[in-house]
Design a protein. Structure first.
Length: 512
């Protein structure tokens, strides 16, 4: 089953391999000498900076919330997750307007420093890093918070008995045990950064993804676009292989026969410090974008611009994302289960190949699916099946990474006990494994749902005639600077995600 899923997920890869093989050796040389050094430097630098930013924001927030009892703690979890509802292209567009001389941040900056000339320029790598870090740190937070919430005090207390100071416990005990969750979260973040289209295009920062899109849309040079895509795949898979190599022989589960971790009541000074840090993150990752969307949505409402067609776009987006998330979560289970129970080079290869759709830019995935359908299943050409297949392949790695991280912390003796008591493999899966990793399954479904809801490039190419979604309308209206029409669609993405975030909250409360 895992092999069948991976074969399905690798469909865009075959398109990339075929098209890139059409380039001559001289064309490869010209491509390397003219563009590749800059693209490699820009893309790798961006991935590293975004990973650092998401690690700092996500792990620090997860630690404060998971290990301290303070007023508003449950609301803080919501605040750290809500940025996932905002697409990177919306983030980028909002911050380009906020940093203008007449924007909210620009006005405050001029009031504090007295000059419009000193307003920071975000049309560079640091601006893109800020946008992608604010948009993606929640992936690290979700997985780190989930891992911290289910751990016990046993190892920490044993370390302190052995003389380790409390300040060292985090670095020597907690952080190593969190490594699978953090690594899974950072893998998602880095793959997002490598394949992001919205933010880099809005901020005009040249990466592989933007160059691939320009080759396809501007020059219609599919061979060069496929060649750049092949290099991007190689870069991303190299990162995944190295990350798994360094933790391949390690295990991260611990005995859970003892009491769960007791939350520490925070002192007034610590409460102030916690909320200062969490409030600062919330201000830039959600509060300012939300205020901007509400302001312009009110303009659209007062001008009667929200009509029946708008609600049709919302229904299309929600139903498509729900179907994609459900199918992706189900078919990711065999891959994650096989990798954790039969660890080998082959199982690791399946994991890497299943990630191809996520590291490829959306347009390349869409063209790969389109080529496959025209050649094999022409009867479904022009329908919703092609778009649904593209979304499943595109975001399958989110489901695989979440389930893989959850299974790595599942103690093997619990499964063995079920088998000793007479459970068949399928019964053991249904009654033991799935209930114990339900948190990872819920996280997988929510992460795929949110990203499928926000997907833009593949939807632009593969959507059936007359089938528009909220991201498509946002892109069209924002490109024409019609903010009062783009804002309501962006706000609806936030509202449409709230029910699935409630699933995560309910799952987290059950763990406590």
């Amino acid at each position: 089953m895992a092999v069948l899923v991976v074969v399905l997920a690798s469909i865009p890869l075959w398109f990339v391999l075929f098209e890139s093989s059409q380039l001559s050796f001289e064309q490869w040389q010209q491509l390397w000498s003219s563009r590749l050094p800059e693209l490699l430097w820009n893309t790798l630098s961006l991935a590293v900076l975004v990973a650092i930013g998401c690690f700092v924001l996500g792990v620090s927030a997860a630690w404060w919330i998971a290990r301290h009892d303070f007023p508003g703690r449950q609301y803080a979890i919501w605040l750290m997750v809500l940025p996932l509802t905002i697409p990177t292209y919306v983030f980028a567009h909002i911050y380009t307007t906020l940093f203008e001389a007449d924007g909210w941040i620009g006005i405050v900056w001029q009031y504090l420093f007295g000059s419009a000339d000193t307003i920071p320029d975000i049309y560079n790598i640091f601006g893109v890093t800020m946008v992608l870090s604010l948009a993606g740190f929640s992936y690290v937070f979700l997985l780190a918070h989930s891992a911290l919430s289910v751990s016990t005090q046993t190892l920490e207390e044993a370390a302190q008995i052995q003389g380790i100071r409390k300040a060292q416990v985090f670095w020597r005990i907690n952080l190593p045990l969190l490594r699978p969750a953090i690594a899974a979260g950072l893998a998602v973040v880095v793959l997002h950064a490598l394949s992001d289209f919205g933010a880099v295009s809005m901020l005009h920062f040249q990466t592989f993804t933007l160059s691939i899109y320009l080759q396809m849309s501007g020059r219609f040079d599919y061979q060069s676009a496929a060649s750049l895509s092949l290099l991007l795949i190689t870069l991303s898979l190299t990162f995944l292989v190295l990350e798994r190599f360094f933790r391949a022989r390690q295990r991260y589960y611990s005995c859970r026969q003892t009491r769960k971790h007791t939350l520490k009541p925070a002192s007034p000074i610590k409460i102030a410090a916690i909320w200062f840090w969490l409030g600062l993150i919330t201000l830039f990752s959600f509060a300012l974008p939300l205020a901007w969307m509400l302001s312009w949505s009110w303009e659209a409402w007062t001008q009667d611009l929200i009509n029946q067609a708008f609600w049709g776009y919302a229904f299309n987006s929600l139903s498509l994302a729900a179907m994609s998330a459900t199918i992706a979560t189900v078919i990711a289970l065999p891959i994650a289960l096989y990798n954790n129970r039969q660890r080998s080079k082959f199982s690791n290869t399946l994991i890497q190949v299943s990630s191809v759709g996520f590291v490829l830019p959306g347009p390349v995935v869409a063209l790969g699916i389109l080529t496959f359908i025209i050649a094999v299943f022409p009867i479904v050409y022009g329908g919703i099946f092609a778009l649904l297949l593209a979304l499943i392949i595109r975001f399958l790695p989110l489901a695989v990474q979440s389930q893989d991280a959850a299974m790595q912390q599942l103690t093997p003796s619990i499964e063995q006990a079920g088998r000793i008591l007479g459970a068949t493999p399928l019964e053991n899966l249904r009654r033991v494994i799935i209930p114990m990793i339900r948190g990872g399954l819920a996280s997988a479904w929510v992460l795929v749902f949110i990203d499928a809801l926000k997907e833009l490039p593949a939807t632009l190419i593969l959507r059936p005639t007359g089938f528009d979604t909220l991201p498509v309308r946002i892109w069209i209206e924002a490109s024409e600077e019609m903010l009062e029409l783009a804002a309501p669609a962006a706000l609806m993405l936030v509202v449409g995600t709230l029910p699935v975030l409630w699933i995560l909250m309910k799952n987290g409360n059950r763990k406590h």
